[in-house]
Design a protein around this ligand. Structure first.
Ligand SMILES: *Cc1c(COP(=O)(O)O)cnc(C)c1O
Ligand SMILES: [Zn+2]
Length: 442
């Protein structure tokens, strides 16, 4: 195959392009977002059948094939083809289970319901998928002498920082993370500390942290790792390809995605459209962007039938990773919504917490964001927007093991705005066989 090249280009169509090794996050002409453009003509020289066979063969790699089986790098021609193998920084991300939620589907009258378990990964969220690409490109560019940086930095609601800190540490690169003080879970705060990142807890919300880190990036003080940087989107888009691959290269009817900054919505769209343009799939699924009602600017734009997403001040929500009032990738998500015949739905605190608890009762263990997606899917199903026979994939964005405060608070009836209808509390008993035995008949 001819040497594949990808580059940055303006999302709204300005002509200039830039190498992926350049520290650039906005179009210098129109100040709009950037995207990664691939050489689709070169990629199309490989047939759809061959791509499917190649990706399937790489799903179960021999230990000698690559350092680690990676859902992202097993599709490297579609992601960042120029990165040399020895520059790749991977933790074996991706290839996460597509869990058939049979009991839950039955109880909620879905035709077919799958949970894409993106939290079953190194740092416990889908952010690993994008971060492996970003850190690998930086690593590659430093080695080739194309890039010099002092540190990689991000603003985060907790999961981006965990991923950046881990991949940065694996590569031996300095990492700085900006967190809204007191607004991330204990596990999320500990992750970057453990990986040796410099953690700045700012007295503001995520949107405030984002403002600061963007300014640091524009002054050239740091390399920006937020999803405004399209390299993240390139890694995250492999989820779309994985989902279809796990369904035997069939496209689901719906994908439901908990969303905040909206980079992942753009990523799903990028993945499905790339697969479609190369003939690997024949249609796009419908997209549901699921938001927490306490932070739902995209939902408000959708209801008002406008393309302009008006920033809001995001209120506290258990779905803390999507507590975002001014989503950076709103224009990309708008395009995704249009192309995928999408809808936007929102879930209240009560809805998200009880949906999460319901799923847990069927053997899952769901984070609050997955709760948002499930609650939104349930509402769409109840209204008949999602049909009784349709095949639905809910993207679970993080491991619930990072959100123990949420789980405990639910079962102790302590979450604000929530009536815990499925609370289950431990029964304290003396260590006496007769007393315990009497309790066995429930
Ligand atoms: C980052 C994140 C999201 C939202 O992704 P966006 O690209 O910001 O929309 C959802 N859930 C979890 C757990 C996250 O960490
Ligand atoms: Zn432009």
């Amino acid at each position: 195959m001819a040497k594949l090249v990808a580059h940055f280009r303006c999302f709204c169509g300005c002509a200039e392009t830039f190498p992926l090794t350049r520290a650039i996050y906005r179009c210098p002409t129109c100040n709009g977002l950037l995207e990664v453009a691939h050489d689709l003509d070169a990629l199309a020289k490989t047939s759809a059948e061959e791509w499917r066979a190649r990706f399937d063969a790489r799903w179960a790699p021999r230990a000698t094939d690559m350092a680690l089986p990676s859902g992202v790098w097993s599709k490297r021609e579609w992601v960042a083809p120029e990165v040399s193998s020895d520059a790749i920084v991977s933790t074996g991300e991706g290839m996460t289970p597509l869990y058939p939620a049979r009991r839950l589907a039955e109880e909620l009258s879905f035709g077919e319901l799958y949970i894409k378990q993106c939290g079953s990964t190194h740092t416990g969220s889908f952010k690993d998928l994008g971060m492996t690409v970003l850190v690998s490109v930086v690593n590659h560019a430093i080695r080739t002498g194309d890039l010099r940086i002092r540190a990689i930095a991000c603003a985060s609601t907790g999961d981006t920082s965990a991923a950046l800190a881990a991949y940065g540490a694996a590569a031996g690169l300095p990492v700085i993370v900006l967190l809204p003080r007191g607004m991330v879970s204990v596990a999320q705060l500990v992750q970057p500390l453990a990986n040796g990142a410099r953690v700045f807890a700012l007295d503001t919300d995520f949107d405030g942290c984002m403002q600061v880190v963007k300014e640091l990036a524009s002054r050239g003080l740091i390399y920006l790792a937020n999803s405004m940087n399209p390299l993240r989107v390139e890694g995250q888009k492999t989820v779309a390809v994985e989902i279809t691959q796990q369904l035997g290269w069939e496209v689901p009817d719906w994908v439901v995605l908990p969303s905040g900054n909206l980079g992942n919505a753009a990523a799903l769209h990028a993945g499905f459209s790339m697969a479609k343009s190369l003939g690997v799939i024949d249609k796009l699924p419908r997209l549901c962007i699921a938001q927490a009602a306490n932070a739902s600017p995209m939902y408000h734009a959708f209801v008002a039938k406008t393309d302009e997403v008006t920033p809001v001040v995001a209120k506290p929500t258990q779905a803390s990773a999507i507590r975002i009032g001014a989503p950076v990738s709103a224009p990309r998500a708008m395009a995704a919504l249009k192309a995928m015949n999408g809808v936007v739905e929102q879930a209240s605190e009560d809805e998200l917490a009880n949906a999460s608890a319901h799923a847990d009762r069927t053997g899952l263990y769901t984070c609050p964001h997955t709760g948002v997606a499930l609650a939104c899917a349930m509402k769409l199903r109840a209204r008949g927007v999602i049909g009784a026979r349709e095949r639905v994939v809910v993207v679970s964005t993080a491991s619930a093991l990072k959100f123990t405060e949420f789980k405990l608070g639910y079962h102790e009836h302590k979450l604000p705005e929530v009536t815990s209808t499925l609370a289950n509390e431990p029964v304290t008993l003396p260590a006496d066989v007769e007393t315990v035995a009497r309790q066995l008949s429930l």
